[in-house]
Design a protein. Structure first.
Length: 74
């Protein structure tokens, strides 16, 4: 009887621990993705600020063609 009680208690505690660890991992990944998206957006802003500072009359991204303009981010 005691083995069943301690076994079920251990399973409940272990399940709670697994759920908590899973929630922490999801939160960490969410923070990583949010930070990455923020850095990509910020680099796009800095690129176009540089582009406007060095070619203020070029509104076609140096291509001479109408937009949209797509750039790879590495």
């Amino acid at each position: 009887m005691a083995v069943l009680l301690f076994g079920s208690l251990a399973i409940i505690i272990l399940a709670g621990l697994i759920i908590w660890v899973n929630a922490q991992l999801k939160s960490a990944y969410r923070n990583i993705y949010r930070d990455s998206a923020f850095r990509i957006a910020e680099s796009g802003i800095e690129y176009y600020r540089w582009h406007l500072a060095h070619a203020p009359l070029d509104f076609q991204d140096g291509t001479g063609q109408p937009g949209p303009y797509i750039h790879n981010f590495y």
